[in-house]
Design a protein around this ligand. Structure first.
Ligand SMILES: [Zn+2]
Length: 328
């Protein structure tokens, strides 16, 4: 663990703990799901979202959409003071902008409840390009990961309602903003643990869903599997539930993505990724090109991974060597 990030927790996730005491493992009654993977990607990549670019009203619309999904599925605020949103203000292209991370949780139960597992996806993208380029819809990057995160949150909210487990880790679902500009959202999240309603430094794992909408030849890359000694075992166990997938573990954190700040403070991370393609960071990254069945399969795998991690006390411990933090 990197000493630079050792921050004393003033308010260790008291809100979630209180909610647990009141409700045990039970979650509120939930509405019926109305959207599948494709439906969620189409909404997030819709022209009204303006490519979810920094400083656009479309990014705020995407924020509201993600927030509304998490709220209607019954998840509770995961920032301090009962907040779902974390505002970050800065100057971008010589004007002031404010972006928001979104975080919602499902409180755990019993001995493991104070440890959490973070499931993240960035919901921003590149916005609007030149007149010739038009909107960059970012269907794969990263409406797909956001859709997967929302579907996992919904599944676990429904499951928590009937969960008989005596002990389960707390699950935190995060929509990061401004990944496309210096990982600003995820860096801010990691460097402001006092803003969280849970103890970041007791996080057991962080799973990053970034570009999971273009499954080809059933190949799913699992990046970062050296960041905990137990990842290979957890990945193998989850794979048994989705044997259709060909898993390609990648032992180092390659891409510049939201899991990096977490790896930098010694939290075991794993990015799920269906690979690069010619539409990457192009206006042609559109919703109709998404492999929705493949996306659902990635959700199934991530779900199995969470099932593996959520209940078993063995999945603890930081990386032995924290990866070099890329935060200035
Ligand atoms: Zn991108």
């Amino acid at each position: 663990m990197n000493d630079r990030y050792h921050v004393h927790m003033k308010r260790p996730w008291c809100f979630l703990a209180c909610l647990f005491l009141i409700s045990g493992c039970a979650a509120p009654k939930l509405p019926q799901p109305t959207q599948d993977f494709r439906g969620l990607v189409e909404q997030l990549a819709d022209p009204s979202m303006e490519g979810r670019g920094l400083g656009t009203a479309g990014l705020d619309r995407a924020r509201d959409f993600v927030l509304q999904q998490l709220q209607s599925d019954g998840l509770v605020p995961a920032f301090s003071d009962n907040q779902y949103l974390q505002a970050i203000s800065f100057r971008f292209r010589s004007r002031a902008v404010t972006i928001h991370n979104i975080a919602a949780g499902l409180p755990g139960c019993g001995d493991l409840a104070e440890q959490c597992i973070i499931v993240g996806a960035h919901y921003d993208h590149l916005g609007i390009g030149t007149q010739r380029e038009g909107i960059f819809p970012g269907a794969d990057d990263n409406a797909s990961g956001t859709a997967a995160m929302l579907l996992l949150a919904r599944r676990w909210a429904q499951r928590a309602e009937h969960d008989p487990a005596a002990s389960r880790r707390t699950l935190i679902f995060v929509g990061f903003s401004s990944e496309e500009h210096d990982l600003r959202g995820s860096r801010h999240f990691v460097t402001h643990p006092e803003a969280l309603a849970f103890d970041l430094h007791r996080a057991a794992a962080m799973i990053n869903l970034d570009m999971v909408g273009r499954l080809r030849e059933r190949t799913l890359y699992v990046i970062g599997n050296q960041t905990a000694p137990w990842w290979p075992q957890a990945i193998m166990a989850a794979h048994q539930h989705t044997p259709e997938l060909q898993l390609r573990p990648i032992p180092i954190v390659l891409a510049v993505a939201d899991h990096e700040p977490f790896a930098g403070i010694g939290i075991p991370v794993l990015q799920l990724f269906t690979g690069l393609h010619e539409d990457y960071h192009q206006p042609s990254d559109v919703a109709w090109k998404i492999n929705a069945a493949g996306g659902e399969l990635v959700v199934d795998f991530a779900d199995a991974l969470l099932q593996e991690l959520a209940y078993d006390p063995a999945y603890t411990g930081r990386t032995t060597t924290a990866l070099e933090a890329s935060t200035p």
